[in-house]
Write a protein that binds this ligand. Sequence first.
Ligand code: ADP
Ligand code: MG
Length: 696
Amino acid sequence: MSTVLEQSLGRSPVTELKHVGDKLAEKLAKLGIHVIQDLLFHLPLRYQDRTRISPIGSLSPNMDVVIEGDVMLADVVFGKRRSLAVRLQDGTGTITLRFYHFSGAQKNNLQKGARIRCYGEVRRGRAGLELYHPEYQFVDALSDLPTEETLTPIYPSTEGLTQARWRQLMTQVVMLLKKGRALDDLIPQAFLEPYNLPDLRSALLYLHQPPTGANLDELEQNQHPAQKRLIMEELLAHNLSLLKMRAAIQHDHAPVLTESVSLKAAFLANLTFTPTGAQQRVVNEIQQDLSKGYPMLRLVQGDVGSGKTLVAALAALSALEQGYQVALMAPTEILAEQHFKNFQQWFEPLGIELAWLAGKVKGKARVSTLESIATGTAQMVIGTHALFQEEVAFAKLGLAIIDEQHRFGVHQRLALRQKGNEISPHQLIMTATPIPRTLAMTAYADLDTSIIDEMPPGRTPVNTVAIDQQRRDQVVERIRGACLSGRQAYWVCTLIEESEALEAQAAEVTAQALQEALPELNIGLVHGRLKAQEKADIMASFKQGDIHLLVATTVIEVGVDVPNASLMIIENPERLGLAQLHQLRGRVGRGTAESHCVLMYHMPLGDSGKQRIQAMRDTTDGFKIAEIDLQIRGPGEVLGTRQTGLMQMRIADLQRDGYLLDDIQHWAQLCQQQAPQIIEYLIDRWLGENLHYGQV
Ligand code: ADP
Ligand code: MG
């Protein structure tokens, strides 16, 4: 007997339960449920209160109720849709039960005089108050049908698994737990005490069978101590898995890169400005990391225009001076190209060999570029994702810089570990999409973070207005005025479909129309379909001021830098996310002239579109924008689909529970010091099959 009790639910397959055969086990496995303990961690989405029978006379719409009464009449009604209407009375009132799908047997059973108990939501229907498709049971007049004693949980499910089935499974599991079957309660009691949280067994029992009188609102908002107990455990598991990943990386060897002396001095002497205090601070933080013998993993956050490129350049010089190669990756060709031009200007005078690699570099050019990277003649390599490809072998890669990290997945980032052969390169990741603190701590717990929180001097904030696109003519006049007085402008076309071809076409049409309306201006067009060289030429003539108005698709989103451009029109801004809008707007406001951004929206605007446009008008602060973005979209979306695997939490919600993260970090430390043996179990319990992510 005792042996059965000792057999942990964490090691008992679900097939140990009654009525669970191979078929059901297979379905459960698809939900990641293999052992009985997994079922316990399959938590209800919400609850229904079926503990009390309500008098029919007391009902009003939208109530979820249990009622009991006698059938007065059951009729098939032929209206717009055929339905079975069953009139029910209990002495306090009457109500209609309506079924749109019903069998002959059902109709026969629901005869006048039958007594039934039903559960459903009250609605206002054709015949006054109605219950649509209620669950019901026949009540035998002689025997008492007990009411439910606990709240009724509703479980997340999958096709072919009814709530009744879930309840049947969970009732068995709860019985096992009540009988005292072993459950690994991993979190030390000492952790929980200050929070006054229940142990695991009590928490799970409570959540699967909340007693009558439990506070439904509290439960539904995940505010109950039993839920908090599990939320904290889940957040802890995630945090520990990231720390584990980080620790694995720190076991790698990386070159010790001391601060550049001669190159840095020469570089700064040529520079037309001096680094801001924030840039200097961040460069120092990076330098500290570079001089350790294990790989740096540092995320530099800086709003658009804060000068991240300079920081990258200074870091690069340390590697170059020690004889190591540097790779700089950007998410788009335009941006990579711009970096390449920039670094040519900065580094060629210092005698540093640069190389350019993108998917479109083909044939002989590609072969010779690859060779220069492999032999090490190319000291600084700049390009797109192409740099990740297997064929690219570096002679001596010391530092990899990734610009605009949010477009790269964690996996791509980690693929870099392989590029340095026996030594791993240091990694510097730069993002202009500020990552809200809550997300940064969880999603990037494997990264150290630096923030450039100061703009270079001489910037003027962008003034943002929203205009209905019916007033397009006024906007066109405004462009004419701005360009004739020596300024330059962007016109950004957006499209719903993710089709580069359609987007390019739309931009072409717009450019033509604008050229007709503004014959005195030079109008350029840039989109993703152009050849790299064409794009580069157009960007160059825009930068030189030969083009007054640049019509573009969202390809100009990141990094493009033309300080004289002070007006930006964004067509259909409601189609874009906040982060993207903020990035786009960051293309203006880079010079000393006052800049304007015109959001030319298309009615009708949905709620989220309105919220986004409002946020853009309210603030130019990237961190505020990011917080609002997180509120509107939630963390999975903000991080991008590639990383959502990480964010699929069962009960925790980073936004709602973000306030717990400081405590979680503390717990994680305690675990490492006092209870290292529970770490693997915890990660396995909560991340289970998602673990591949943690082991990349
Ligand atoms: P981002 O952080 O968006 O990548 P960039 O690195 O492109 O910003 O820098 C934006 C502009 O600011 C560039 O023209 C750059 O030369 C300029 N810049 C960077 N740092 C400074 C500084 N300390 N003083 C003046 N201008 C600077
Ligand atoms: Mg940049």
